[in-house]
Ligand binder design. Structure first.
Ligand SMILES: Cc1cc2nc3c(=O)[nH]c(=O)nc-3n(C[C@H](O)[C@H](O)[C@H](O)COP(=O)(O)OP(=O)(O)OC[C@H]3O[C@@H](n4cnc5c(N)ncnc54)[C@H](O)[C@@H]3O)c2cc1C
Length: 411
């Protein structure tokens, strides 16, 4: 049942585009070829720059970007009504709108780069069995509608109608949001990286970066296990590994292990779903197999604050957690009873205290940028944050980045 690699890595396209030798100088050096580093390279290349991407794996999307659940859901990490309370209405709206721009960019890039097969449309249903959460979700539906977004609170019979299959009587209903996407993340990221390479970006894979320091004559010196590169600007897009190069972020970024299990294909389709404030979540791959992840709350201290492996992509796998996830599925979805679980995999997420990512300039210096810590939900920002950061790197405003994402808030 268990495999060391994810379904996406096993079924996605290979990567033959690397091989760039390490140059002595570059304009923009992007560290990490996950979805963030690859998309940033894409947008920089579209603007006519020739960024250099350094990645320690043999190809892009071998870190968390190739090990997630492929859900691309609009909205930030907090439900909209709670985000309004926490950040104020203007910022909460800026976060939600950024993810709507992201949706449009994902579709635009998929069409332009012939990546349509990497994406398919779905919906999101955030279910609950808890009265307090039901009230939060109802308030979120109202707040979203007041802001012009499509969202509804559905009682259980209506939720069952949308789900297209039975749901247990213990549930009260759910927040329904149509017009979402699901992706094959490895095909999506590698397709975008290949488009970036065609546009002039260079991917030097199999190279581990060990430090970034200011160069004596200005700019930055990037030291790797294959030599040094001088760069005018450096972007650190290293997910939970970011503090290894920027230790000031160690108190800010908490590495968290996530796991997903996958069933054999089923003959029915369901929307993406969340339960228990997203602590259990699921989706479905194009082949019909069900994905279920989460439950990291069930054993305190087991998955949060782990040490991400120095030279590997996944933390030690928990068979116990995989079993719990497999057991949770038929309890939620009786039609999945008896459907075999065929795979399970893990990856590392990077959490911040306010559950917002770090996107923007390192304060007080020129030419050092951070694009990291997407708190378990990077796909909703996977075009818009790289595209807006590329604009800032080129000296533009990039004002589609919500101000609450500014790394300076912690530094
Ligand atoms: C189990 C699981 C399920 C998830 N499900 C979803 C989901 O359904 N939807 C969603 O939106 N998000 C999900 N996420 C989160 C999502 O995967 C991340 O937000 C996203 O992949 C982050 O992208 P990234 O580019 O920042 O990180 P990564 O993809 O991890 O990229 C960082 C890259 O940096 C490289 N690197 C690290 N150190 C060095 C170094 N020293 N030198 C050179 N290279 C280095 C790594 O090899 C890696 O390729 C999930 C995560 C996990 C673990």
């Amino acid at each position: 049942m268990r495999s060391p690699d994810s379904y996406w890595l096993e079924t996605g396209p290979g990567w033959a585009g690397n091989g760039a030798a390490l140059p002595r100088r570059t304009g923009v050096c992007v560290l990490g070829a996950g979805v963030m580093g690859s998309a940033l390279a894409y947008w920089l290349a579209r603007a006519g720059l020739r960024p250099l991407v350094l990645e320690r794996n043999p190809g892009p999307a071998m870190g968390s970007s190739g090990r997630n659940a492929g859900r691309l859901i609009q909205g930030g990490n907090a439900q909209h009504a709670l985000a309004i309370e926490e950040f104020g209405h203007a910022e909460a709206l800026a976060i939600y709108r950024a993810t709507l721009v992201n949706r449009d960019l994902v579709r635009e890039v998929a069409a332009r780069e012939r990546l349509e097969a990497t994406r398919f449309p779905t919906a999101e249903l955030d279910l609950t069995a808890c009265r307090d959460e039901a009230l939060e979700l109802e308030r979120t539906a109202e707040a979203l509608r007041a802001d012009g977004m499509a969202a509804d609170w559905l009682d259980l019979p209506a939720a069952r109608g949308v789900f297209g299959t039975d749901l247990p009587d213990t549930l009260l209903g759910g927040l329904y949001r149509p017009d979402q996407d699901s992706v094959h993340p490895v095909a999506y990221v590698r397709g975008m990286a290949a488009a970036a390479a065609r546009g002039g970006a260079e991917f030097a894979c199999g190279i581990t970066v060990t430090s970034v320091e200011p160069a004596s004559g200005g700019g930055w010196l990037v030291t790797t296990d294959a030599g040094r590169v001088a760069a005018d600007q450096v972007v650190v897009a290293l997910n939970a590994w970011t503090p290894r190069l920027l230790p000031e972020l160690a108190p800010v970024i908490t590495p968290v292990r996530g796991q997903v299990v996958q069933t054999a294909p089923v003959p029915f389709r369901i929307p993406q779903w969340g339960l228990d404030r997203g602590l259990l979540y699921g989706g479905q791959a194009r082949d019909g197999s069900l994905l279920i992840g989460g439950l990291r709350n069930t054993v305190p201290g087991r998955d949060e604050g782990i040490d991400p492996p120095e030279d590997g992509n996944t933390p030690a796998f928990s068979p116990d957690l995989a079993d719990r996830l497999a057991d949770a599925l038929p309890a939620l979805l009786p039609r999945a009873t008896g459907v075999p679980v065929v795979r399970a995999w893990s990856g590392v997420m990077a959490f911040t205290p306010d559950r917002c990512p770090l996107v923007g300039a390192w304060p007080g210096v020129d030419g050092l940028w951070v694009l990291a810590a997407f708190n378990g939900s990077g796909m909703p920002y996977s075009q818009v944050m790289p595209e807006q950061l590329a604009e800032r790197i080129r000296g533009g405003r990039g004002d589609g980045i919500p101000s609450v994402f500014d790394p300076a808030r912690f530094l």
